[in-house]
Design a protein around this ligand. Structure first.
Ligand code: B1M
Length: 211
C-alpha cells in the first residue's frame, strides 16, 4: 500500500497518532508537502465528506477524522509556507449574533479546511458588522453564517444588508446554513448559497472561491 493511501485510510478511521507519524515519515522520505497534503490528507477528508453526505458516516466520525487531519496538517504547514503553496481560497465563518450553537459551524469549518481553504473562525454570537469587517480586513471571498435557532436566523438577513451598506455585496459571496435554514429562506434574504450539510458547504465554498 502506498504511504498516501495508508495516511488517507488512517485519517478516515480517525487515527490521529498514526496519521501524524506517517506524515512525518513521508516528509522524511523527501515526498513533497503539497503532494502529501493533496494525495493523503485532503483525499481522506474528501472520502469522509462523501460518506457523510450519503449517510454512511455520522458527526462523530467526521470530527475524529478532522482531528487526525489537523495533526498531519500541522507538520506540513511550515513546509507548505516555504514552498509557497497558497490556500485555494479564504472564507470567514461564524454562528450569528444571539446564537451559541457551534457544533455544526465547527464541522463546516473542518470540512472547509479539509478542502484546502483558509478559514477565519469568528466563533459564535457574531454581530453582522463583525462578518463584514472581517471580510474587508482579511480579504475573504466568502462569508459563512450558521444559525440553529428560528429566533436568530433573521440575523443572516442583517449580514446581507450590512454587506450592501458597506458596498462589498458584489465582491463577497454569502453562504447560509444550519438546521432551521432553507433554500427558500436563503433566496428570500438575498444570500447566495444554502447547503444543508457541512460537506456540501465545503464543496460550494471551493466553487465560490474559484469565481
Ligand atoms: Co440548543 N436548541 N438551545 N443547545 N440545541 C436546539 C437547536 C433545538 C432544536 C432543541 C429543541 O428544542 N428541540 C432548539 C431550537 C428550537 C428553535 O429554534 N426552533 C434549541 C434551543 C431552544 C436552545 C436554547 C434556547 C435552550 C434554552 O436555553 N432554553 C438555548 C439557546 C442558547 C443560545 O444559542 N443563545 C440552547 C442551548 C444549547 C446548548 C448550549 C445546551 C447546546 C449547544 C452547544 C454547542 O453548540 N456548543 C445545544 C444543543 C447541543 C442543541 C441540539 C441538541 C443539537 C444541535 C447540534 O449541535 N446538532 C439541538 C437539537 C437537535 O438538533 N437535536 C438544539 C449537531 C450539528 C452537527 O448539527 O448544527 O444543524 P447542525 O449543523 C449541521 C447542518 O445544519 C449544517 O452542517 C451541519 C452538519 O452537516 N450546517 C451548515 C450548520 N451550519 C451551517 C452553515 C453552512 C452550511 C451548513 O453554511 C455557512
Amino acid at each position: 500500500m502506498s504511504i498516501y493511501l495508508e495516511i488517507s485510510e488512517n485519517l478516515q478511521k480517525g487515527k490521529a497518532k498514526a496519521v501524524k507519524e506517517l506524515v512525518q515519515k513521508a516528509v522524511d522520505e523527501g515526498l513533497p508537502a503539497k503532494e502529501i497534503l493533496e494525495k493523503s490528507l485532503l483525499a481522506g477528508m474528501d472520502e469522509i465528506g462523501e460518506r457523510f453526505k450519503n449517510g454512511t458516516v455520522y458527526v462523530p466520525e467526521v470530527l475524529v477524522a478532522a482531528r487526525a487531519m489537523k495533526m498531519g496538517f500541522e507538520i506540513l504547514v511550515p513546509l507548505l509556507a516555504e514552498s509557497g503553496v497558497k490556500a485555494s481560497g479564504k472564507v470567514c465563518i461564524g454562528t450569528v449574533q444571539g446564537d451559541l450553537h457551534d457544533i455544526g459551524k465547527n464541522l463546516v469549518k473542518m470540512m472547509m479546511e479539509g478542502k484546502g481553504l483558509e478559514v477565519v473562525d469568528l466563533g459564535n454570537d457574531v454581530p453582522p458588522k463583525t462578518f463584514i469587517d472581517t471580510a474587508i480586513e482579511q480579504n475573504c471571498q466568502v462569508i459563512c453564517c450558521s444559525a440553529l435557532l428560528t429566533t436568530t436566523m433573521d440575523v443572516m438577513a442583517d449580514v446581507v444588508k450590512c454587506a450592501e451598506e458597506a458596498g462589498i455585496r458584489d465582491k463577497v459571496k454569502i453562504m447560509v446554513g444550519g438546521a432551521p435554514v432553507t433554500e427558500e429562506f436563503c433566496k428570500e434574504i438575498g444570500a447566495d448559497v444554502y447547503t444543508s450539510d457541512a460537506a456540501s458547504a465545503a464543496d460550494a465554498a471551493v466553487e465560490l472561491c474559484k469565481r
